[in-house]
Design a protein around this ligand. Structure first.
Ligand code: FES
Ligand code: FES
Length: 155
């Protein structure tokens, strides 16, 4: 397969790698860069498990091909926080019990971050809209919505 030299920023680090044109951003993150926090669910844009931020917008990384991220800025869940320094949205998810199996959580955290960056004091409807592309089979969403509102201080 034909490859090209890709250069883009991931979690504030410039990454350069040779990749096939048809490789998805999700595959690059997980298999080339070892950033396995971003999950693969459906692989076709339906579940939101693979959500990352590209230039501040939440995007399904399974639908993005390598050339589309050339020169762009990607933030994954690993860029949000870690065990030693959780992001306030992650803390809120723990506090509110918004995580069960956790498979949907990285994608929902990134959708929530994109919302709160743009709208720090969202209404419940804004939150529900922002995560409407993210499927969760476990929680029933109530605790997730509460956690995002709690992170924003509007609960
Ligand atoms: Fe990308 Fe489901 S894995 S939307
Ligand atoms: Fe299991 Fe959301 S916590 S899918």
């Amino acid at each position: 397969m034909k490859t090209f030299e890709l250069s883009f920023s991931v979690n504030e680090k410039v990454r350069k790698l040779s990749v096939p044109y048809g490789k998805t951003l999700l595959e690059i993150l997980r298999y080339d860069l070892g950033l396995t926090g971003t999950k693969e669910g459906c692989g076709k844009g339906d579940c939101g498990a693979c959500t990352v931020m590209i230039d501040d917008e939440p995007v399904n990384s399974c639908l993005v091909l390598a050339p589309q991220v050339e020169g762009r800025t990607v933030i994954t869940v690993e860029g949000l926080g870690d065990e030693k320094a959780l992001h306030p949205i992650q803390e809120a998810f723990l506090r509110e019990g918004a995580v069960q199996c956790g498979f949907c959580t990285p994608g929902i955290l990134m959708a929530a971050k994109a919302l709160l960056d743009k709208k720090p004091r969202p209404r419940e409807l804004d939150v529900r809209k922002a995560i409407s592309g993210n499927l969760c089979r476990c929680t029933g969403y109530a605790k997730i919505v509460k956690a995002i509102l709690s992170a924003s201080g509007t609960d």
